[in-house]
Design a protein around this ligand. Structure first.
Ligand code: GDP
Ligand code: MG
Length: 380
């Protein structure tokens, strides 16, 4: 198994040598692993690169990529691309140079890859994981980016720790499907964006608890400077773009709903004009709309989770049952609305029921029970 360790560095001369030694030392215990270290350095003024060049004499499997100062995201993007295209690695493991994520944990991450997971995230937020030595500023910074932005705004729920660098990613059919060259993140929003891109490949995620320690030597790059402010804005922007990308299915679902309503109206009117009684006509119209909604949602809105064969019939029954829930909701709301405000309010009660209750209700049921789009999350 070819494992590419990607270490982005900016002024890490005191750490990088020890980090390289440690990665190879741990790797020696596993004869089937070929470990390769890729250091991506933004031409650090402290000459981190010179140390790496010295280490290249000690170990053959070290690659040094040098570039101008652009930020963590660009460095990681370049490292990932290099690992996939040039090294043709089986697994990629990014890590920081400063030992906050202890490299002794990497065999545990690989263990989960061997169990069949595709993305294994070293996590501070699963039972047994923690961060030590954080001041209020780092805590606030983390809570806003991780909980507020990544979880609630972006809606990335595959993992609970979105901000860290340390993880193991399978390359075949997972990382090699991610359009790395299109990722434009300069700063730490890369971490959230790559998780989202990986989720789109259908990857199986899991988290492994680890302790995030204090930096061994040197200084953190996080602090109030112009890069930090730029990175914060980029993080907010990324979170919103991810949410919009994910809500495409919601937009399609709304189009399907409106089409259904038109079909129901047209069929009901046609049958009434042919002499059928209104109650039966509207019922047939409604059932036709349900059928059209089901088929359009199956082949368009949720096309990535398409249902076919005999299951299609079974799901249609479920779908009809769920639609019946929507009928009940509307009936109850119209009953309450007209009892409170008078019969002439039937229309506004119905509109209220549809937009405030039925649309979210159906969308939830479809995602959760019919097309089961919710993520495959493993319990550890
Ligand atoms: N190449 C490169 N590496 C960076 C840059 N910013 C941070 N790093 C590296 O990314 C890792 C994490 O950065 P660090 O300052 O420790 O961030 P913190 O752990 O959040 O305080 C370290 O190995 C840094 O050297 C950058 O702009 N370019
Ligand atoms: Mg650090």
């Amino acid at each position: 198994m070819k494992i590419a360790h990607i270490i982005p560095t900016f002024n890490e001369k005191d750490n990088i040598g020890q980090m390289i030694d440690m990665i190879f030392k741990i790797g020696r215990k596993y004869p089937n692993w070929e470990n390769i270290v890729i250091v991506v350095d933004d031409r650090s003024p402290d000459n981190t690169a010179e140390i790496v060049k010295k280490y290249r004499k000690k170990y053959k499997n070290i690659h040094l990529l040098l570039k101008k100062k652009e930020g963590l995201g660009k460095a990681l993007g370049l490292g990932y691309e290099y690992a996939v295209k040039k090294i043709k690695a089986d697994v990629v493991i990014p890590n920081d140079a400063d030992f906050q994520w202890d490299p002794v944990d990497y065999p545990r991450l690989i263990g989960k890859i061997r169990e069949g997971f595709d993305v294994v995230v070293a996590s501070r937020h699963v039972s047994g994981g923690k961060a030590v030595g954080w001041n209020w500023f780092r805590k606030l910074n983390h809570d806003i980016s991780n909980s507020l932005l990544a979880w609630y705004v972006a809606g990335v729920h595959e993992v609970s720790d979105h901000a860290g660098n340390f993880k193991a990613i399978r390359v075949k059919n997972v990382l090699d499907k991610v359009p790395l060259e299109k990722m434009k993140n300069a700063g730490f929003s890369f971490q959230l964006h790559i998780l989202y891109e990986l989720s789109k490949t259908g990857a199986r995620f899991t988290e492994v608890p680890v302790t995030f320690k204090e930096r061994k030597l040197g200084q953190s790059k996080i602090g109030f400077n112009r890069y930090y402010i730029r990175d914060i804005f980029e993080y907010i922007k990324s979170s919103i773009l991810i949410r919009l990308d994910r809500s495409q299915s919601f937009f399609k679902y709304a189009v399907v709903g409106v089409t259904g309503l038109l079909i129901q109206t047209a069929i009901s009117k046609l049958l009434i004009s042919l002499g059928l009684i209104p109650a039966i006509s509207v019922s047939i119209g409604a059932e036709m709309a349900i059928l059209s909604n089901f088929l359009m949602n199956n082949y368009w809105t949720f096309s990535k989770h398409v249902i076919s064969g005999i299951k299609l019939f079974h799901k249609f029954i479920q779908f009809n049952t769920a639609s019946f829930g929507a009928v009940i909701i509307q009936g109850l709301v119209v009953f309450t609305g007209t009892s409170l405000f008078g019969d002439e309010y039937w229309f506004w009660s119905m509109i209220f029921a549809v937009f405030i209750l039925v649309i979210p209700y159906s969308y939830y049921i479809y995602n959760r029970f019919i097309w089961k789009t919710h993520i495959k999350k493993a319990v550890i």
